[in-house]
Each structure stands twice: as C-alpha cells, then as structure tokens.
Design a protein around this ligand. Structure first.
Ligand SMILES: [Zn+2]
Length: 354
C-alpha cells in the first residue's frame, strides 16, 4: 500500500478579537522577520515589536523567492511572520519551507485560504499563473485576528466567498464518487461550507465585524483550508481554477482578485457540464447567478473588466485552460477549446429545459 503524507492543518490556530498581541508574546526572544504586503504591514505594524521587515511583497514569482531566500541567509531570523493576502502568504510559506524555519501566518483579509494551506502558487513577474508547489507542512501557527481582518476592503471578503464556494463545485466533480473516508469527509465539508456561504454571505458582506461576518471569515480561511488539507491530492481543483489560471495571462484581469476570477470560473465549469446535458449544473448556475448579483461577484467577462477582449484573446485564454496539464481535464468528459470559448461567453444564458 502506498504511503501518504497529509498536511492537514497548522499546529495551532489562534482566533479572536485582538489575538495578535497575545501571540507575539509567545515568540518573544525570537529573531522575527516579517514578510509582508504594503497595506498589510501598515495595518499590523502598530502591534509588532522590533522586527526585521522584507521589501513589500507584490508578486509570488521566482525572482522574489530567490531574493528572499538570500535575505534570510543574511539576516538569520529564527521565526518568520507572513503578513498579508494570498500572494504574500504563498511567498512566506515557501521561504519558511525552503529555509527550514517556523512560520506564523497573519492574514489581513479573508480573500483566500492561503494562510492555512501547504501550497504555494508561483506566478510570472507579470502575474501570470505558472505552477503550484506542495510544501512539507502547513504553517506552524495561524493568527486570525478579527480586529485586523475587519480593516480589509469589501472586495476581499467577496472574493474569499467565491474561492471557498469553488471547493464544492470542484471537489464534487473530481472526487464525488470516491470511497475514501477522508475524501468523502472533504467533499461533504465543502457542501456544508457552500450552504453556509449561500446563507450568510450577503449579510457578512453588508456587516463587517458582525458575528455572521466572523463565521464567514472562519469559512473562507479555516474551513476552506481544512477541506484542502483533508482531501489532499485527490481533492483537487478542476475547471473553475483552470479558468482562473488562464485568465491571469491577460494583464487586464490583474485588478480582479483570485476568488473573483475563480467564481466566474465556477460558472464556466457549470456551463461546460450543461453542454453535456447536465440539468443539475444548469440549476446550480441559476442559483449562483442570483447569489453573485447579491454580493457583487462577477457573472460575466464584462464584470471582470474583460468585456472588450478580442476573439484572439478569448481563444488564447481557452487554449491555456485546455493545455495538457490543466486541471480542466479532471472533468469527467473531454473538453475542447471551442467548448471553453462558448462556455466563457454564455455564463448568464437563461435556463433552457431540454
Ligand atoms: Zn483558489
């Protein structure tokens, strides 16, 4: 039997109002190096003791990862702090993994579950998705301080909901028929998470800082991360993330967040399933369209600011999405570039009963 190594969760999860200062007490005496985004550092800086700080991280790309590893060798920190959104988390986790250092992640938004997972997405200097890297373990500590999270722009929680919703639509397709206990658990948790987000998402977006908002934050950061951890390699992303990855190759899409592009990708995936005659997918798409409009997730290319892209650009995106190693091929049927193009421009098509 094959041996499996799972990185399910961080060793410790600290969550609550104002938990960051309490956490920092526990790492007193460590040589701390903060890897942070610009806005994120500004938000967290008042809480931090004397720490070393990296250059503000904008992109998780090979040149930045190389430079930071050199910096770690020079500065010799004993503990890393990852402070920011998804790309900063991915960068900081990668550096901790390669340098063999403990790390605490301090997410400053609920836009992704990157503060939790043992995975880093690597992008080009221009922000196009290149590949992902599996890390040895999840971060040692995740510090979920709602006082900090509440400062995040609304767009980030909306995006976080989109990214977390994808867990169900992708896991149920890639692993819905699995007989493995952990995979079944992950898929069912993804279904529960979807229901929580559909029920509480709108109120959370409208009332940042409220109890409901905190529950949704726990969903987008903790539960989404946990589903990835329990499901492991068998519970992978499918077409929604493949569409996201392909869209990152259009520079015009860079002002939109990961979860916003993924959310649009869910609609494209459902359209592809509909083209196979799947009525359930058609109904799910209508339900999502209504929810997306309530909370401000993009339903169309135009909503992503891509209403004016040329046919050539559309074809390029569809071709990238269909490359041989793309996750789109985890769909239980084969997909052509033409079908992806058709799905991308028809995400809001009315429900047709066949
Ligand atoms: Zn994602």
């Amino acid at each position: 039997m094959q041996t499996t190594s799972l990185a399910i969760a961080p060793s410790r999860v600290l969550k609550g109002q104002g938990v960051l200062p309490a956490f920092l007490e526990t790492v007193k005496g460590e040589r701390l190096l903060a890897l942070a985004g610009k806005r994120a550092y500004g938000v967290v800086a008042p809480y931090l003791p004397e720490v070393m700080v990296s250059e503000p991280i904008v992109e998780c790309c090979e040149s930045v990862l190389e430079k930071l590893q050199q910096q770690v060798q020079e500065l010799k920190p004993t503990f890393l702090l990852g402070i920011g959104g998804g790309k900063v988390m991915d960068t900081a986790k990668f550096i901790a993994d390669r340098c063999g250092l403990p790390i605490a992640t301090i997410p400053t938004s609920g836009a992704t579950c990157a503060a939790w997972t043992a995975l880093t997405n690597v992008y080009s200097e221009e922000g196009a998705f290149l590949y992902d890297v599996s890390l040895n373990k999840c971060p040692d500590v995740v510090v979920i301080d709602y006082e900090i999270l509440v400062t995040a722009p609304t767009q980030t929680i909306v995006a976080g909901i989109g990214d977390a919703l994808a867990k169900w639509y992708e896991a149920s397709v890639s692993s819905g028929s699995s007989a493995a206990t952990l995979v079944i658990s992950a898929v069912q948790a993804a279904r529960v998470l979807r229901d929580i987000l559909l029920q509480k998402g709108q109120q959370a977006v409208e009332e940042p800082g409220s109890e409901v908002w905190r529950e949704v934050m726990d969903g987008t950061i903790i539960m989404a991360g946990l589903i990835g951890g329990i499901g492991g390699a068998q519970c992978r992303t499918v077409a929604a993330h493949a569409i996201h990855n392909a869209l990152t190759h259009l520079p015009q899409s860079h002002h939109k967040l990961h979860g916003e592009k993924v959310a649009y990708g869910i609609l494209v995936q459902l359209r592809l399933e509909e083209l196979q005659g799947n009525q359930l997918a058609a109904t799910a798409r209508q339900q999502l369209l209504q929810f997306y409009r309530q909370i401000g997730l993009p339903c169309t290319l135009a909503d992503l600011g891509l209403g004016n892209i040329s046919l050539t650009e559309l074809q390029k995106v569809a071709e990238i999405a269909c490359q041989p190693r793309s996750d789109i091929h985890r769909l239980p049927f084969s997909v052509s570039v033409e079908q992806v193009q058709a799905a991308m421009v028809s995400t809001t098509a009315p429900l047709v009963r066949i």
